[in-house]
Design a protein around this ligand. Structure first.
Ligand SMILES: Cc1cc2nc3c(=O)[nH]c(=O)nc-3n(C[C@H](O)[C@H](O)[C@H](O)COP(=O)(O)OP(=O)(O)OC[C@H]3O[C@@H](n4cnc5c(N)ncnc54)[C@H](O)[C@@H]3O)c2cc1C
Length: 399
């Protein structure tokens, strides 16, 4: 058994860890392997979390949620990944927890009272967040999906890409432009966030979705979205018109820390698989785990995963007290280090498995595909380094 408990937990964190471990115990390696192979969403897993109220983790108690903080959610998501589900299992439900945050922070009272208790109860889901477009990924202020005011409504047209979990969601939080980029004094202005009821969009015949054929996170589907004159009530604007970009940034650092925790969990799952195979497999009459050539890459990855874990937990414990710039820097560093550490762990685990490293039945090939993905989403490693260079090293912005 690989040692995982390298940071001390609060009582509340311990409670979260134990509850999530108990739920995850019902979903073994076969379950995840089958879902990866058949590319089907893990409904049973998501339902068991929703029924136990975990989708309301970040919803305040006054709206029926659990009112938890980043400190507890990092434990939750690390556990989900580490118990064999990997990054994909965490991603399968990540949106369900995080997409209510803009509503909590900026939604109208009416919107919150109407929707948040249902989300907390697991009756409705806001699994999808739509920002990326074919010409606006890293350069997110270049989005062109446009929302035009028309009486009491907005009419939305445009295209999105890579939007995950649209197929398992009731709502999408959609980022649009209400003023073209060319007409605002700063590119970050003129963007507006909407809550869109997906069923209503399909009924209006104003939304088409097309699944993207991809090779990682197979059971969490991502889509191209085509909006054509979708009519949305002006009451569905989340927060202020033109302020959507700033609203999106609020809470982003905390979410990034949680994604770093998912990478840590993935690294731990890969190390568990790699070390247990190395401890048993015999070649030339010797257990391969007795060779340093097998031990060292695993041990080195262990050190990197747990260094990242220390940073994640430490930063999560200080979210409420440290200044925003410090939280932002640590969240970005944690995500960068955790993604690379997960990659090293998965790579070492594949190598230790020899040819079986690419056999589905040993899972490490899935962890490897997922680890590669963590270096790309939700922000690429290069963009994290750009952020650190500019904000922590005081170097000029290069783009
Ligand atoms: C599986 C998956 C799920 C996703 N889910 C969602 C979702 O639910 N909602 C959503 O809105 N988006 C989602 N995304 C989109 C994701 O956030 C983007 O793919 C990511 O931000 C990168 O954007 P891009 O793919 O357009 O790459 P680009 O922006 O085209 O970048 C291409 C490459 O150039 C590099 N690069 C670009 N500019 C610079 C620079 N100035 N300096 C150095 N390097 C640079 C990048 O780092 C990258 O390596 C998802 C993506 C994937 C793959």
């Amino acid at each position: 058994m690989v040692q995982r408990d390298t940071v001390s937990l609060t009582d509340q964190q311990r409670l979260v860890r134990d509850s999530i471990r108990e739920i995850c115990a019902d979903f073994d390696a076969d379950y995840w392997r089958e879902h990866d192979k058949s590319e089907t969403y893990p409904h049973e897993f998501a339902d068991s979390l929703a029924e136990a109220g975990w989708f309301g983790a970040l919803i305040p108690e006054e709206y029926g949620g659990a009112g938890m903080t980043t400190e507890e959610v990092v434990v939750m998501m690390e556990e989900i990944a580490a118990n064999g589900g990997g990054f994909s299992a965490a991603q399968a439900i990540h949106g369900a927890i995080y997409n209510s945050v803009p509503l909590v922070n900026y939604g109208s009272e009416e919107m919150k009272e109407e929707l948040l208790p249902r989300v907390a109860e697991g009756e409705s889901s806001i699994q999808a967040f739509g920002l990326t477009e074919p010409n606006a990924g890293s350069d997110s202020t270049s989005i062109e999906t446009f929302a035009e005011r028309d009486g009491d409504d907005y009419v939305i047209s445009g295209q999105k890409i890579w939007i995950s979990r649209v197929d398992v969601s009731d709502y999408i939080v959609l980022m649009t432009r209400t003023t073209p980029k060319s007409e605002v004094e700063k590119p970050t202005r003129g963007m507006t966030m909407f809550l869109v009821d997906l069923e209503d969009a399909y009924e209006q015949d104003a939304l088409e979705i097309k699944q993207i054929d991809k090779t990682a996170s197979n059971f969490v589907h991502s889509f191209e979205l085509f909006f054509e004159e979708l009519r949305v009530p002006a009451d569905n604007v989340v927060g202020e018109v033109g302020e959507g970009f700033y609203q999106m940034l609020d809470g982003l650092n905390e979410e990034r820390l949680v994604i770093a925790a998912e990478c840590v969990g993935l690294g731990e799952a890969a190390l568990e698989a790699g070390a247990s195979y190395a401890a048993e497999r015999e070649v030339f009459g010797q257990r391969i785990g007795s060779h340093q050539a097998i031990q060292h890459p695993l041990a080195e990855a262990y050190a990197r995963v747990h260094a990242a874990k220390g940073l994640v937990y430490n930063a999560a414990s200080e979210v409420g007290s440290a200044d925003r710039t410090a939280v932002g820097a640590r969240a970005n560093m944690a995500k960068f280090l955790a993604a690379d550490a997960a990659f090293d762990a998965a790579d070492a685990a594949v190598q230790a498995h020899g040819g079986f490293g690419v056999a589905r039945e040993y899972d490490v090939e899935r962890f490897f595909r997922e680890a590669r993905l963590t270096r790309l989403v939700p922000i690429t490693q290069q963009l994290v380094l750009n952020f650190l260079a500019e904000n922590q090293l005081d170097l000029p912005r290069s783009y």
